[in-house]
Design a protein around this ligand. Sequence first.
Ligand SMILES: Nc1nc2c(c(=O)[nH]1)N[C@H]1C(S)=C(S)[C@@H](COP(=O)(O)O)O[C@H]1N2
Ligand SMILES: [Mo]
Length: 464
Amino acid sequence: MSPSRPGPSGGGPGAPGASGDPRAPDAGGYGAPRRFWRALDRRRPPGVATLDRSWRSPLRGPWLTAVHGSVLLVALPLVIVTGLLDYAAYGPRFGQAFPHDVGWLRLPVFDWPTRPAWLFRVTQGLHVTLGIVLIPVVLGKLWSVIPKLFDWPPARSLAQVLERLTLLLLVGGILFQTATGLLNIQYAYLFGFDFYTAHYFGGWVFLGAFVAHVVLKLPRLGTALRSRPFGAELRTPVAGTRPEPPDPDDLVAARPAPATVSRRGAVGLVGGATLLLAALTVGQTLDGPLRRTALLLPRGRDNGPGPNGFPVNRTVAAAGVRPEETGPGWRLTLRAGGRTVTLDRPALLAMAQHTAALPIACVEGWSTRQTWTGVRLRDLAALVGVDSLAAARVSSLEKAGLFRTAVLAPNQVLDPDSLLALRVNGVDLSPDHGFPARVIVPALPGVHCTKWVSDIDFQGRADG
Ligand SMILES: Nc1nc2c(c(=O)[nH]1)N[C@H]1C(S)=C(S)[C@@H](COP(=O)(O)O)O[C@H]1N2
Ligand SMILES: [Mo]
């Protein structure tokens, strides 16, 4: 027993003595090859002991880690599943989900439904909102285990090396996914790689590490939560706050200092930060006055008055669409099986008009529901005479840009609320919202609601 490693003090009655302190050098528990692990253990880098003694918060321990862990255990699967669903919503089978080539990480392909109309609004909103509001919980959990990063020896067996590698992927993964996600919704492409590719594969790395971590730690989580009744802990003030008894994972400090904050205070701080982030974020997915509370978000909270006063992702100027292209000379071209039909805006307005209240939900997290009026896409398909529809490619006047064209699946063309919208909230579309005509389809990701439409190519099953 090293004299520099006194046993835990203040552990309360029943705290085991120092004899079983696994942190003591040469405490054993080595796997094969034993001599290697023991030699590693004995070669402590300078400073390790000092560092270990300087983590002294009496709050660290299995209970605090488990409280954070149980929140993440419930919430992170939602973030993961909604993230993967959003990939599916982009229509991978038309080659328009990013990244295109995901090798054997391909998910079973299914046609993204058009019902319920708010489906993408919810999956996307949950993914982004939870990803943001969980940040304090993630940081709180990292804080609770941070001394473990400086443990010596870093492992005592090969199995532990593997376990610690999954931790590296787990922590690295969540920090990477959060950072790239946040930068993406702020439009800050500071990194030198493609966001979609990085976030997609980063997601799988994190998913793998998360599953491994849950399998390894779930029993610990249960024990730790049962060790201290939550309600009693929340009634304990600073004065009554004692360190937890030493634990097999060494989360409890070797020499805890007196408490300056209670566990109630720590949990309250994290919970408060989470609620604050939620309050500053959810507004972007709500309509009405609450949208103004989305203070953290770049997409205008105030998009001006009037029927066209809702968020714009890419303006007509940014898209490089010139006024003369959208004036009286504008034509819509429909194609199917070698036939072509050309219509101007008055001709479209003379067709049967349909009105539907549908959300537009952007992958960057904001969404809004508006009332759109225009011609049903299925009426346009019938006009040009398409049979056994396989897909429809919609193209924009926009000449460059990733989102100048989109492919719609048959269910997305045929839904009775799927529109080539000409008007919104009772007035003509504004130039920024896609005048003369834009696509709006229930549950379709905003990115595929093409603005400034010029062409629609309907492909039949025989056309290939
Ligand atoms: N031609 C074209 N259409 C487009 C885009 C674009 O860049 N070019 N952006 C899309 C994206 S990402 C979104 S979220 C919606 C937003 O529609 P809004 O600006 O009318 O709110 O338009 C979509 N339509
Ligand atoms: Mo978007």
